[in-house]
Every structure is written in structure tokens, then in C-alpha cells.
Design a protein around this ligand. Sequence first.
Ligand SMILES: Cc1ncc(COP(=O)(O)O)c(C=O)c1O
Length: 432
Amino acid sequence: MNELAKGLNEVLDTSIAGAFLSQVGRRMYFPKGIVAQSDEAKQKADRYNATVGLATSKGQPMHLVDIMDFYKDGVFKPSDIFNYAPGGGDKTLRAIWKEEILRKNPSLMGTLFSQPLVTAGLTHAISLCATLFFDEGDTLVLPDLFWDNYDLIFRELRGCGIKTFRFFSEGRFNSTGMKDALMSCEGDTVRILLNFPNNPTGYTPSENEMNELVSALVAVADSGKKILVICDDAYYGLFFEEDIAKESLFARIAHIHDNIFAVKGDAATKEDMVWGFRIGFISYASKGFNEEHIDALVKKTLGAIRCTVSNCDRPGQSMLVKAYTDGKNVEKDKAATSREMEMRYRTIRKAVKKWESSSLLRAYPFNSGYFMAFDTAEHSAEELRVYLLDKYGIGTINIMDRTLRLAYCSVENENLEDLVDTIFKAAGEIWS
Ligand SMILES: Cc1ncc(COP(=O)(O)O)c(C=O)c1O
């Protein structure tokens, strides 16, 4: 059991609450992960705060101007704001989101997949997968660099094991490692979650790598194993290099093999810059599914939503529908954010290149999304994080003590070179 959970249990065992804690309750804790480190940076990072996965400019979230303009008298009827949303979400929003999935992933055209259901953010979509498709003791396969919340959702909430494989092999996505990890799982059902553009590395496989990845999944499926593939598309669309695979993995595997069950988790939270609205989506596909299978899965998911959050955020759904249907600036604002992120990406690439001969920190490959990350090798990423915060007022994220993540999405372009220079300087001060 996690040490933090143990500490909380010790406290609660001196009270009546301790007598009621369930097994999950006993395992639960608030990790000293991304959220806790971000909170610490909010207090101390007076120079640059590169902890937050949110696109900001001049200290404010970038956003859709149309939505900001809705915060005026008379734009909405009370029922658009105060009513419950329908179970599974606003029907127009679901239809628009499906059209958008098809627009972004043309190879899905003509294939059967479920109408996306609205979830309370993408975290909720992933948690629904854990509830519906994982039993205690099941194993989730993940690349070794992953968003820390998967640990809490799958290990602590569901009691699953996590098996990792190395994300990169010679600078490319490690499809062989992935295949070996899946093949080494016992039993005839295996489960994997893949997130591109990735948090924390900022990496999306190239077209060639994606072909290899899909072939590796098909080989596992051919061996007789049934695979659940959860595609976490949180940062979809922020692609900054030509050769990147621009369609979601979901589109590649939705109808490829009877033994592959594809789930797509995506969200307006990041794609449409409404992080606080808590609106995500979950969609299902498999080659062998017919309408009846899809309908049954949707009903199971509706049940799982009903007994957790009951219903998702109504005002946010109304505002998104209005922005998508009546907004004049949505595409323009999204394009502006994307351009800004790309400019920051190019700046940080250049800044990191300047230090490529340094052996203190090695940048993992990155080409997309909000982040880049350094491998701190034999040194402690936590030591560097704390030193940067205390000495330089710079907030970064330590992941598993061997990776230092920078969210360049939330640092102004003109500060990125200084940010990178200072990180290398600080590493030199503590480790040389
Ligand atoms: C990889 C990844 N997946 C999912 C999420 C959750 O997104 P949401 O805010 O929609 O719950 C995040 C948020 O940080 C993330 O980084």
C-alpha cells in the first residue's frame, strides 16, 4: 500500500471513520504528483510556472472569445443553464462531436462506432473504462512515461496491476516492447492504454511508427488474445511536425480485428480550451460490433455515469453547442492557440538543442501537445524540481524521480530560452 495512504489510515484509525473505510478507501490518497506539485509552484514559482497543462497567455487561459461573450445577460434561457442535461449528454453536442471525430479522422468514415457519450471530463471517461472493463487483479499495460492519474484510477481505485514497457527505443515509439508486454500478460484478455500526444513527453508516433504500433497490436490479436485498447486523445490536434500520425490511433484500430476492442476518450477540455467546463466524451468500436452491441455498451456506460456523477455539466454543454453552431470565431481562436503553441514548440526545441552535448539532462523526443520532458538519468528529478523552485522561482514537475516535465504551454514564448538555460544551469550547480 502507498505510504501516503498508510499515513492517512493511521490518522483515521484513531477516529470512527477508520472503522468504515473500504478496501478502496484504505488504498486512497492524494498523490504528491502533478496537482500537488502545481499547487506548490503556484505559491513559490514567481519567475516561471511550467507545471500547468493549460495554454495561457499573459497569465490568463487562452479561450474561445465566443464563449467569453456568452457571459452576458440574455444570451441563454434559464433552461440552457440550470436544467439537468439529458443522460449521456446534450444530443446536439454529441452529434457535433461525432462529426468532428469524423472530420479529424477521415478513415473512420463509413465505419460503425458509438455516438460519443458526454462524461465529466476525460478523467471521468477513463475512470468509466476502469469501472466497466477492469476487475481487481487485472493488469493495465502502459508505456513507462504516463500521466500519473492512471495510477490512481487503475491501481488504487480498481485494484489493478500496472505493467510498463519502455516508451522509446532508439528515439522511436517502442512497439516491440509494447507487444512483448502484452504477450507476457497471462490470460486471453489484455488491456492497454495509449495517450498521444503524450503527457509527459509531448510525443506522437510518426506515420511509420504508428503503422508498426498497429501491426504489433494486430499480431497480439492474431495470437488469440483479445485486446482492449484505450486511446487517450486529451491533446489531440496539437501536431507540430509533418511526419506525425495525425489520425487518432482509435481510427486505425476501430475496425481492424475481431480481437481488438477500441475505446476513444477525448475532451473539449483541452481541444477547445474549456479546461474548467469538465466535458469529455467516450466512444466505442470493434470490427465485430453490430448496432445491438453498441447500444448495449452505451446503456452500460449510461448506468456507470448515472451511479457516479449522475449527469454532466449543463452550462458548459450549452455554451459549447452555441459556440459550435453560432460562434463566429471558434476556428480562428483555435488556430491562433495552435499557432502560439507551435511557436513555443519551435522556440523550446531550439533552446534544448543548444544544450544537446550536456550529459546532465537528456530531452525525450517530442513533437506535439503541451509538454516536453527531460530524462534526469541517474540523478533525482525531485532534487532538481525543489532546487529550481527554491532558488530560481521556477515550477516544473517531477515524475517518478527520473523525469522532469515542462509545460511550455503555460510559459510565454519570450521566456522559454531562459527557462531552459536556467534548468541546465541549476542541474550543473547541483550535479557537477
Ligand atoms: C493524458 C491526459 N489524459 C486525460 C487528462 C484529463 O483531462 P480532463 O481535464 O478532461 O479530465 C489529462 C489532464 O491533464 C491528461 O494529461
